[in-house]
Design a protein around this ligand. Structure first.
Ligand code: ADP
Length: 331
């Protein structure tokens, strides 16, 4: 597909360049031909004048020389146009490839995204379908068992809904890399809003939260920054044992403000650290522990939010001791 598009663009570039070049050559040929005739005529008049004075008949104009000069001019123009055709053909092909490369990368990325998403959706959908089919065939299924099954199915549908929400969020950030509204925001307000959203989770998982964030004002998109803190807090809660503490702190230095979320959870292995921001990545531990829900989209969304703010996100972690995620943004 891209090769044929590249060839078509090259052909269009060549058509434009060669039309200009040929029109220009034709113009040069016309002008120079007239000039050759004019020059020959002037020379003839001069010679005729001399012969008139000397009283002898002048020689006839050299038509052959004129034709030869014109032929040589045509040959030169053909060679110039041929060279232009060869050089511009190569350059046009290179330029067409260069123009199409970002579009090709975008289409490839979109295809990868669609195939990854379909793959992730297929597994829970197949599980849901087979559980429904098995129970439908069970003639002895009691009302209480049916209720239990429906409750389980609703939980699975909820998870699928959260997967589709995550995919939509990721698509939104992919298609529009800059959040629409960048305004003055307060770090303390963003963190407070995010904490409110995870309050019930903190309570349910018996986790203590220490909020030591100082208020700093900077420019950003309030809603996406709240989403970012919620993602990091949600992970910190998910991967921490009951009774542990999550600490939130901030630091402002020069034109940079950073905030950290430190947990005392299971930590991340060194080999997984470079992969955790990839879409759909989940560590083996997270995958094997079925009670820890998730689809590996949170941190890739977090990274996109940080990128739209031209910031930086990093993690320091040691296994079974905990992790610290730090986000640095420009004030
Ligand atoms: P999800 O949590 O849905 O699996 P994320 O993209 O948020 O997806 O995280 C990717 C992976 O990074 C998780 O599966 C987990 O292995 C690891 N991870 C993220 N945050 C933490 C954390 N605070 N503690 C330990 N592991 C974490």
């Amino acid at each position: 597909m891209f090769t044929s598009a590249r060839i078509k663009i090259t052909a269009w570039y060549l058509l434009i360049i060669m039309t200009i070049s040929l029109a220009f050559s034709l113009f040069i040929y016309r002008v120079l031909s007239q000039e050759i005739y004019r020059f020959a005529r002037t020379q003839r008049f001069r010679i005729e004048g001399r012969f008139f004075i000397a009283n002898i008949s002048p020689p006839s104009p050299d038509i052959e020389l004129i034709e030869e000069t014109k032929n040589r001019l045509v040959m030169t123009l053909v060679v110039i146009n041929g060279t232009i055709l060869a050089i511009s053909g190569t350059l046009s092909y290179f330029l067409a490839g260069h123009t199409l490369r970002p579009i090709q990368q975008m289409v490839e990325e979109q295809n990868r995204f669609i195939s990854d998403s379909s793959h992730e959706l297929r597994t829970p959908l197949t599980a849901l379908k087979s559980s429904l089919e098995v129970n439908l065939r069970d003639k002895k299924l009691s009302l209480s068992q049916a209720r239990k099954l429906m409750a389980e199915n609703i939980k699975e549908v909820d998870e699928l809904q959260s997967l589709s929400d995550g995919l939509l969020t990721l698509t939104r950030y992919n298609s529009s890399p800059t959040p629409p509204e960048f305004k003055k925001v307060h770090l303390a307000d963003i963190v407070a809003q995010a904490v409110t959203k995870v309050d019930s989770l903190l309570l349910k998982n018996e986790i203590i939260l220490k909020n030591q964030v100082n208020d700093v004002t900077f420019t950003g998109n309030r809603q996406s920054l709240i989403d970012l803190v919620v993602i990091l807090l949600d992970n910190a809660i998910k991967y921490s044992p009951a009774g542990s503490t999550i600490s939130l702190s901030s630091n402002a230095k020069g034109k940079t403000v950073s905030f950290s979320i430190k947990d005392q959870g299971m930590g991340i292995t060194a080999k997984d650290i470079p992969l955790i921001f990839n879409r759909f990545f989940r560590s083996d531990v997270s995958r094997s522990k079925t009670e820890i829900g998730g689809f590996g989209l949170g941190l890739s969304i977090a990274k996109k939010i940080v990128d739209t703010h031209h910031g930086h996100i990093s993690v320091i972690s040691s296994l079974n001791k905990g992790s610290t995620f730090t986000v640095s943004l420009q004030v």
